[in-house]
Write a protein that binds this ligand. Structure first.
Ligand code: SF4
Length: 353
């Protein structure tokens, strides 16, 4: 349980959420990311990955309130994509993705200006795990947002139009997808924000097909190639499926890789008795395990996302009780100009699914 140490207090909170949700009825849509704890997911109207949740927020026109259980950039994305008269509430605004915070718009603009001076066709591509101002930056510079579900298509599209990709903030995902697309390591350029282009030989800059920002997910980065090797040794015939935020060492040893929705679908559809190692956040892996009792499912590492875990049932209950009393607790707002630009880049993302 995520709530307190007293089981009766926990049950009271969970019963309170159930009652409040029933009273709010269709006025409220509760969205939860796959990495949320079971005590949140059980109340969600829809659970999904960031692409699916963005689509839901863009499509759902009935609810007056969208309560979004995840980290802040996803709640912001919902705010940008939903109708202006809908309200988005995030039970814990301080739950913020460390990967998203590894690229500020000022630092990316500095890099962009230096790359633009090369005179090459370079398209900025920002991972959805980023703050709204970076999405807006992409829109202003003919760029696009991608998620782990469509990143391969987005890279392919840019490269097929003779452009180079400037991808931020997840270096591992950029390297992994580049590898899938047969881009050689010496066609990658790693942008070091401290160093910039100072002292760089022009050849790698002319040759680079993908420019990568040096950011990473702290949850996926600790999953190691040694863990893969050990589990393969311990369980003969086991298949390894991982998220593309994992390091290239892990990614290249895996049998399959993709978004959380891809991972879930693949394991759910696999034959009874099949064996899986799953390389992504533990709450999600544990839930797939419970939903597939006829399969052997082992997490690559028992890593939880501490930021996702900041959204607790107590905080959710506070938001729902606020709504019943006519109060908007933890209301999500995004600057109007940033929102208008970011919406353009997000709409481009939703067209490439
Ligand atoms: S799992 Fe990684 S990328 Fe996802 S919210 Fe947590 S820190 Fe960010």
């Amino acid at each position: 349980m995520t709530v307190g140490t007293d089981p009766s207090e926990t049950s009271d909170i969970l019963r309170g959420i159930a009652r409040a949700k029933e009273r709010l009825g269709k006025d409220m849509l509760l969205l939860a990311h796959f990495y949320q704890h079971d005590d949140i997911v059980r109340f969600a109207d829809f659970v999904g990955d960031s692409l699916q949740l963005a689509e839901k927020a863009a499509q759902h026109k009935d609810a007056r309130y969208i309560v979004f259980c995840s980290v802040s950039f996803m709640a912001e994305t919902a705010r940008i994509l939903c109708r202006p008269d809908q309200e988005v509430l995030h039970p814990e605004p301080r739950a913020s993705c460390p990967l998203a915070n590894m690229a500020s718009v000022a630092a990316v603009e500095t890099a962009w200006n230096a790359l633009a001076a090369l005179g090459r066709k370079i398209i900025p591509v920002v991972y959805v795990n980023s703050n709204a101002d970076l999405k807006a930056f992409c829109a202003r510079n003919d760029g696009i947002v991608c998620t782990s579900a469509n990143v391969r298509k987005v890279f392919s599209r840019v490269l097929s139009q003779d452009g180079a990709v400037f991808f931020f903030p997840d270096e591992n995902m950029g390297r992994n997808i580049s590898h899938d697309l047969a881009i050689a390591e010496d066609e990658l350029f790693f942008w070091d924000p401290e160093r910039g282009l100072a002292g760089m030989h022009p050849t790698p800059l002319r040759k680079a097909k993908v420019f990568l920002w040096e950011g990473f997910c702290i949850v996926h980065r600790v999953m190691g190639a040694r863990d893969v090797a050990r589990l393969r040794q311990e369980h003969e015939g086991i298949k390894v499926i991982v998220h593309p935020e994992c390091t290239p060492e892990v990614y290249r040893q895996a049998d399959l890789a993709g978004s959380t929705n891809f991972i879930k679908g693949t394991v759910d559809r696999s034959a009874a008795g099949s064996k899986w190692v799953i390389g992504t956040e533990w709450n999600f892996v544990n839930r797939i395990k419970k939903e597939n009792p006829d399969k052997l499912i082992i997490p690559l590492r028992e890593e939880r996302c501490k930021e996702m875990a900041k959204v607790t049932p107590e905080k959710l209950l506070r938001v729902l009780e606020g709504l019943l009393e006519g109060e908007l607790v933890s209301r999500v707002t995004v600057d109007k100009r940033i929102s208008a630009d970011a919406r353009i880049a997000l709409s481009r993302m939703l067209e490439i699914v």
